[in-house]
Design a protein around this ligand. Sequence first.
Ligand SMILES: [Zn+2]
Length: 206
Amino acid sequence: MHPTKRLVGVASALLLAVALAGCSTTGSGALAQTVGAPATVPGGGSAGSGGSGGPGAVGLTDADGYIPDGTSLPLESDRPAVAHLDPDLLAALRHAQSAMRQEGAGSAITIADGWRSERYQEHLFAQAVKQYGSEEEAEKWVKRGSDSAHVRGEAVDIADAGAMDYLNRFGAEWGLCQVYANEAWHFELRTAPGGTCPAQSLDGRG
Ligand SMILES: [Zn+2]
């Protein structure tokens, strides 16, 4: 009976505060919004990419390196997701892009994910916890904070399939390597220019 009393109290306090007359029910929705918890997408939910549906709703912006799904940035962009990348990584990508263009192998290398703020990475982790049911399980899929090469500015996810393919074949010429066997889009500087990329890891948690 105590919990019930408490709930009634909270509900009426909310009603008073917001001065809502007829709009009764869910105080939980209002609370979730003020706290900034990830919004639940009606009928949707995140479909595997880990980021869809949530980041914009919880106030992540361009300043966090957030790039909305379905969009990408050119290497020449001055937005934080690109501008905060490790300069050596960015330079290598630009050299690769020049070569790709000269060879007629493609027009641009664009970025679907680059530098991310720690806040953004934690959001992705929180999404994974929701998706996989526990922190322990989520840690198998998403790295936390600065454990992520993205947070350190040392990784990019390539948006365009043609550019991905080009980098997979020739990226090592500029030190660019695919790191995870199951992430054809994720590249880091992992060898000296002209060197050999290390064996790809099966642990895809970039
Ligand atoms: Zn990545």
